[in-house]
Design a protein around this ligand. Structure first.
Ligand code: PGA
Length: 257
């Protein structure tokens, strides 16, 4: 049976502090990523580093850079924002939208929905981040995720489903050490729930093919188990994507898992 190609997103957040440091992490990761056979890597550096790093990406299909956010309009009076057109001009094809750290700064479902549609219309692969704040015995967290999906995808048309990737990132598991990550069993259960919710929303087989990633304290010690036992298409890695040796090990393990 043909193995599923994995997707690993490295989300650098607001790190590192200089272009010199960014270039060094980038080049170390590129070296490893270019040798992968069964996994694709997308590094998402902060905006100021995108243009200089885009020039160093190379031709391989396994390795590219993406953005951590994007605005929903091309051009206009929107101080501080970055448009889909600008990212496209750099050759980018992937953007993260709706990360919980942006939601915590006040980004609401309506804004996320606008960004998703604008970016998908422009041809980007959109990584939509969702995830509950906390777990509870009554299963309210499932309702939370369902609502988040419905709000974020309001107006997102069926024909754009092939551009959609969902990153399940429970907020309680983000930014900690590997023991705090969700268990593979919890991840698998949630991936099934997300797929079911998408199928109900879209009544289309396209929903069955939306890749679902996991993010939240992924480290060398838990990465391959999460992918194989958690039954997800890949990972969204935060702090470990800034440590080239560790990230390289994660990538090599995912490549063969
Ligand atoms: P983390 O971050 O791997 O540092 O937990 C993941 C994320 O927030 O995307």
């Amino acid at each position: 049976m043909k193995k599923m190609r994995r997707l690993v997103i490295g989300n650098w957040k607001m790190n590192p502090g200089t272009l010199v440091a960014a270039r060094s992490i980038f080049l170390a990761t590129r070296r490893v990523a270019e040798r992968l056979r069964n996994a694709e890597v997308v590094l998402c550096p902060p905006f100021p580093f995108l243009a200089p790093l885009a020039r160093l990406v190379g031709q391989g299909k396994n390795f590219s850079i993406g953005a951590q956010d994007v605005f929903w309009r091309n051009g206009g009076s929107f101080t501080g924002e970055v448009s889909p057109e600008m990212l496209e001009d750099l050759g980018l094809t992937t953007v993260i939208i709706g990360h919980s750290e942006r939601r915590a700064l006040g980004e609401m479902g309506e804004v996320i929905a606008k960004k998703l549609t604008a970016a998908a219309r422009e041809g980007f692969r959109v990584i939509l981040c969702i995830g509950e704040r906390a777990r509870d015995d009554g299963g309210d967290y499932l309702g939370y995720v369902r609502t988040e999906l419905a709000e974020s995808l309001r107006g997102f048309q069926k024909r754009y489903l092939p551009e959609l990737v969902i990153a399940y990132e429970p907020i309680w598991a983000i930014g900690k050490r590997f023991r705090a990550a969700a268990e593979p069993r919890e991840i698998e259960e949630m991936a099934i729930f997300i797929r079911k919710t998408l199928s109900e929303m879209y009544l289309s087989d396209l929903a069955l093919h939306v890749p679902i990633l996991y993010g939240g304290s992924v480290e060398v010690k838990n990465a391959s188990e999460i992918v194989s036992a958690g039954n997800v298409a890949g990972l969204l890695v935060g702090h470990e994507s800034l440590v080239p040796e560790d990230f390289a090990e994660i990538l090599r393990e995912i490549d063969v898992s």
